[in-house]
Design a protein around this ligand. Structure first.
Ligand code: ADP
Ligand code: MG
Length: 454
């Protein structure tokens, strides 16, 4: 394997073993700079991240580099200027891709090897999930399933907005079953990955392998099933998988951003099966629960936050827990870098702009504001012209849709009037890459994003 593939593989595994917020904070801009006879140099953006990686993650990195085939003598961290070092001899391998990409890269191979992991992230447990108004019903159902899988709520269908803890909770069930019940084949898969694997299986004529792999699971956990909308063949395959598992009393857990009745172009027979068991609406937790979550996440990093700081974050970041966790990480990084203790005045100056953010931002607003920023007409950004000054804003709009609203690629394509979702994938990747080296572009994205929230 080449260095870039190795680093992507390492990042893929790290992403599965730590929380999303931590992954973004510590590993977002990292790269494998060089390997000199086993002395591995990892590039990072600042001294704070360097220290954190040295102190907290060095062993894990060495372990994973070794696992991926490198003979490691030592690992060093070097502050690396990503902007100025474009195309140097040791062209770095950046971590600008999500693990999804890493996964699809691996599954693109002919072998369709499933053995490397079952998709579970050990960090998501019941123990570190804070229960309160908004998630207690979902929590109780998940615990019941962990103690008696396949019997009561089958399937369990959990739905709710982004970042409110669905993935955490359904992974916690999987982890509990592996740990406490010694279940050997608990499979967790995101629907985007599920679809990608299915497409690969079709392409490489391995559909029988695909089917038997999933139909022999002890427990199947399918995350974000809304992405199955409009994919007829996949729905048919899933229908048969569902039946096989359900008949054998194997537990099925499904999550979605909306209830089955609101998922467009979902086949009726799947819709009705999803309603066979129990459907639970999960909400953003209430104020007290959000406070408890912030305190717990800070305590995990050995930091005790003053009550007014906790209060401020919980009051002002109400969108979802993912954002709350991101804000906390930003605050802690800011303070640690300057050797300050977090205070109300620091937190309020850092997040004053967030305070006024509207809770609901639509895809349409993003497209309109992007067009306006680049001074082109809405019809042009949505139209078919391929001129450079229209294509670039269109790609930027797709990038912002992905980052701010976490829309699926098919949905992003649709919002921009495109039929083919690969255009959206390509655009988002292109802008992501380019924004790292083109400061004008980066500034434009920041300006547009800021404007969205005023
Ligand atoms: P979703 O799948 O609904 O989009 P996630 O499960 O990815 O959301 O949650 C986003 C982040 O918030 C994760 O890091 C998760 O650990 C954290 N989180 C959400 N709810 C809770 C909770 N009740 N207790 C602790 N952490 C939580
Ligand atoms: Mg999720």
């Amino acid at each position: 394997m080449q260095n870039d593939n190795i680093w992507q593989a390492v990042l893929g595994e790290i992403e599965l073993s730590i929380s999303h917020g931590n992954f973004i904070t510590w590993f977002k801009n990292t790269c494998l700079l060089s390997n000199n006879s086993g002395v591995i140099t990892i590039g990072v953006t600042n001294v704070f991240i360097k220290q954190q990686l040295e102190n907290k993650f060095c062993d894990l990195i060495i372990k994973l580099l070794t696992k991926n085939g490198l003979k490691v003598k030592s690992v060093e961290f070097k502050i690396y200027n990503f902007v100025g070092n474009k195309n140097t001899d040791d062209e770095p391998i950046k971590s600008n891709q999500s693990s999804l990409k890493t996964i699809s890269k691996q599954t693109n191979s002919n072998s369709l090897s499933h053995s490397y992991r079952q998709g579970l992230n050990e960090k998501y447990t019941f123990d570190n999930f804070i229960v309160g108004d908004g998630n207690e019903l979902a929590f109780a159902a998940c615990q019941a399933i962990a103690s008696q899988p396949g019997t009561r709520y089958n399937p369990l269908f959990i739905y709710g907005g982004v970042g409110i803890g669905k993935t955490h909770l359904i992974q916690a069930v999987g982890n509990a079953l592996v740990k406490d019940k010694n279940f050997s084949k608990v499979l967790y898969i995101s629907t985007e990955q599920f679809v990608q694997e299915f497409v690969d299986a079709l392409r490489f004529r391995k559909t029988a392998d695909f089917a038997s792999y999933y139909r022999t699971a002890d427990v199947l956990i399918v995350d974000d099933v809304q992405f199955i909308a409009g994919k007829e063949k996949m729905q048919e395959e899933f229908f048969h998988t569902f039946n096989a598992l359900h008949q054998a009393n194997k537990q099925i857990i499904i999550s979605s951003d909306k209830p089955p009745k609101d998922i467009p172009t979902l086949e009726e027979r799947l819709r009705s099966r999803f309603a066979w068991g129990m459907s639970i609406d999960m909400q953003n937790p209430d104020f007290e629960t959000r406070c408890a979550i912030i305190q717990t996440k800070a305590a995990e990093q050995n930091i005790e936050l003053p009550a007014d700081v906790v209060d401020y974050l919980s009051t002002n970041i109400q969108t979802n827990i993912r954002e709350l966790e991101g804000a906390l990480n930003q605050l802690l990084a800011f303070c640690e870098m300057r050797a300050l203790d977090p205070t109300l005045s620091i937190v309020s100056s850092l997040f004053s702009s967030i305070k006024n953010r509207p809770k609901h931002l639509s895809a349409k607003q993003i497209v309109e504001k992007t067009a306006r920023y680049f001074q082109i007409q809405l019809e042009e950004i949505l139209g078919s012209k391929r001129d450079k000054d229209i294509v670039m804003p269109r790609q930027v709009a797709m990038y912002i849709l992905r980052n701010e609203l976490h829309l699926s690629f098919p949905k992003i394509a649709k919002e921009l009037g495109r039929k083919d979702h690969t255009t959206a994938i390509h655009s988002v990747e292109k802008i992501e890459k380019e924004a790292k080296i083109n400061m004008d572009l980066k500034k434009a994205i920041n300006d547009i994003t800021d404007k969205l929230y005023v």
